[in-house]
Design a protein around this ligand. Structure first.
Ligand code: FRU
Length: 453
C-alpha cells in the first residue's frame, strides 16, 4: 500500500511513513546517536516488523537512514522484533528477536538473533544465537523476546523477557564471551509478574535500575491505570547468582502514552514509545502512527527514577506572572518556576471548544485530555480513563519547576523528576495557552525548539 505522510510532529521521531512502536538499539556510534524502532513501513497498522533507523548529533534533529533490518531471513521470517545494540571491536552489533509465525499459537517462535555493521548503516545478519535449546526448562519459546545487551567484567550479558509455560512473565539473564554463544545464568526476579507477560526489559549497571513493561495487569488500587504498564526497579544484579537485588520500584510515567522505554547503551538517556497498545491512533489519516518520546536524562534519586527532558531549544520569551498569562504556542518547551505554589492551571492547545489542561489539585497534578481534540479510546474502563484523566504526584517543594514539552501531537510534563506523557490530536489553530497561578513568585519561560532546515 502506498502511503504518504501529510503531517508530522516537529521534532519527535516517527516513521518516514507508516507504523512505529518500541525504540530499539539506542546507541552512540561513530559520532552520532542512533535510534532504531519497530517499524511497518507499508501501513499505518502494526505488521511485519522492520527496524527503522534515524541518526542525530544533538538528540533533537533526526535524519532518516534506510531500514536497518528487514524480516525474511533465517529465524526472522515474519518479523524483526525489539532488541538492543552494543559497540564491540569497532563494529555495531544488534541483538534482536526473530519472529517466526509458523502455524500460530504454540508454534510461534521468538528467538534471539544477531546482526553486525561496520558502517552503522547496512547490517549483516548472523541468524539465531539464543535458541529454543538455550531456554531453561518450563519456559515458552513462543513468548521469549526483547534482549537488552551490555558488557560487564569482560563478558557480554543480556536480559530477555520470557514466560513460564504454567505462569506469567519473567526476565532471564544470559552471558556470553563472544555475542554468538550464550549461557543461561538466572531468572532475575524469581517470581511471576503481575501482568501476563513482561516486555522490553532494560538494565543500567552504572546507575542501578531495571526497566520493564507488563501486559494486562491489575491497577494495584489505582497506582497505574494503563493496562500495559512500564515499571522501574532500583537495584543491582548479583551476577554470581543471576538475581536482581531490588531496593524499590515505581512506574516510569504517569500519563496515557509511554511504553517500552529504553536507555542508550551505557548512557543515562531514555526514550519510550509515545503511544500505547490497544488504543486508536488518530494520526493514521496523516500517513503515520506512533512516535517516540523526547530523549530524557535519567538518574536515580531518593530511590526512584528521575527524568529531565533533553531538547535542543532557545529561549524566546520570559516574564513574571502575577496571576494570569496568555500566550500562543504549539511547538516548544514551556517552563514555569514558582515559589510557594498554592494553585496552578495551565490550559494548552486551546482554540474553539478544544483544550488540554493541567491543574494542581492538592497533592497531585491532573491532566485532562477529554477536550483535546480527536477522541482516543482505549480498553481501560476505570473512571479516570473514561474521563480522559491522568494524575501525577506533586512534589510540594517550596520551589517548583514545571516543564512541558509540546509538539503537534503530544505533551510531556515534568516536575521533580516525574513525568506525565500523553498524545493529543487538537484541531488546526488550537495553539493558545493560558496560565493562572497563585504563588509568591512565578516566572514563565518559552523556548523554541532549535530545528535545522
Ligand atoms: C512491545 C512489543 C515487544 C515486541 C514488539 C513487537 O511493544 O510487543 O515485546 O518485540 O513490541 O513489535
Amino acid at each position: 500500500m502506498a502511503i504518504t505522510k501529510t503531517k508530522a510532529p516537529a521534532f519527535h521521531i516517527t516513521g518516514e511513513v507508516g507504523w512505529i512502536n518500541d525504540p530499539n538499539g539506542l546507541i552512540y556510534y561513530n559520532g552520532q546517536y542512533h535510534a532504531f524502532f519497530q517499524h511497518h513501513p507499508y501501513d499505518t497498522k502494526w505488521g511485519p516488523m522492520h527496524w527503522g533507523h534515524v541518526v542525530s548529533e544533538d538528540l533533537t534533529n533526526w535524519k532518516y537512514l534506510p531500514n536497518a533490518l528487514t524480516p525474511g531471513g533465517d529465524g526472522d521470517k515474519n518479523g524483526c522484533f525489539s532488541g538492543s545494540a552494543i559497540v564491540y571491536d569497532g563494529r555495531l552489533w544488534l541483538l534482536y528477536t526473530g519472529f517466526t509465525e509458523n502455524q500460530g499459537g504454540d508454534s510461534i517462535r521468538q528467538l534471539q538473533c544477531l546482526a553486525e555493521s561496520s558502517d552503522g548503516i547496512t547490517f549483516k545478519k548472523h541468524g539465531i544465537v539464543i535458541g529454543e535449546d538455550d531456554l531453561p526448562e518450563g519456559y515458552s519459546p513462543s513468548d521469549f523476546r526483547d534482549p537488552k545487551v551490555w558488557r560487564h567484567g569482560g563478558l557480554f550479558w543480556c536480559i530477555v523477557a520470557a514466560r513460564k509455560l504454567d505462569g506469567r512473565g519473567r526476565i532471564l539473564l544470559y552471558k556470553s564471551a563472544d555475542l554468538f554463544k550464550w549461557e543461561f545464568v538466572g531468572d532475575l526476579l524469581g517470581k511471576d509478574s503481575a501482568g501476563i507477560m513482561i516486555e522490553c526489559p532494560d538494565y543500567s549497571e552504572e546507575d542501578g535500575y531495571l526497566l520493564f513493561c507488563e501486559q494486562f495487569q491489575p491497577s494495584e488500587n489505582g497506582l497505574h491505570l494503563n493496562v500495559h504498564t512500564c515499571r522501574f526497579a532500583i537495584g543491582k544484579i548479583d551476577y554470581s547468582r543471576g538475581v536482581f537485588k531490588e531496593e524499590s520500584r515505581g512506574i516510569v510515567d504517569y500519563g496515557f502514552d509511554v511504553y517500552a522505554p529504553q536507555t542508550f547503551a551505557g548512557k543515562p538517556v531514555m526514550m519510550g514509545w509515545l503511544n500505547m497498545w490497544d488504543r486508536n491512533i488518530p494520526s493514521e489519516k496523516y500517513g503515520f502512527a506512533g512516535m517516540l518520546t523526547v530523549p530524557r536524562a535519567v538518574s536515580v534519586r531518593d530511590g526512584r527514577l528521575y527524568q529531565e527532558p533533553i531538547v535542543n531549544s532557545t529561549e524566546v520569551y520570559k516574564t513574571e506572572v502575577s496571576e494570569r498569562l496568555e500566550d500562543r504556542v504549539k511547538v516548544g518547551v514551556i517552563t514555569v518556576v514558582a515559589t510557594s505554589l498554592e494553585a496552578l492551571t495551565l490550559k494548552l492547545r486551546s482554540g474553539g471548544d478544544s483544550f488540554t489542561s493541567l491543574t494542581l489539585c492538592g497533592n497531585e497534578w491532573v491532566l485532562d485530555r477529554s477536550k483535546s481534540g480527536e477522541a482516543i479510546v482505549g480498553v481501560e474502563k476505570d473512571e479516570d480513563s473514561l474521563k480522559g484523566i491522568r494524575r501525577m504526584p506533586f512534589s510540594g517543594k517550596s520551589a517548583v519547576t514545571l516543564t512541558v514539552v509540546m509538539d503537534e501531537f503530544s505533551v510531556e510534563i515534568f516536575e521533580d523528576g516525574n513525568s506525565l506523557t500523553s498524545t493529543i490530536y487538537p484541531p488546526e489553530g488550537a495553539d493558545s495557552l493560558e496560565l493562572t497561578v497563585k504563588a509568591e513568585g512565578c516566572v514563565y519561560r518559552r523556548a523554541d525548539v532549535t530545528l535545522k532546515a
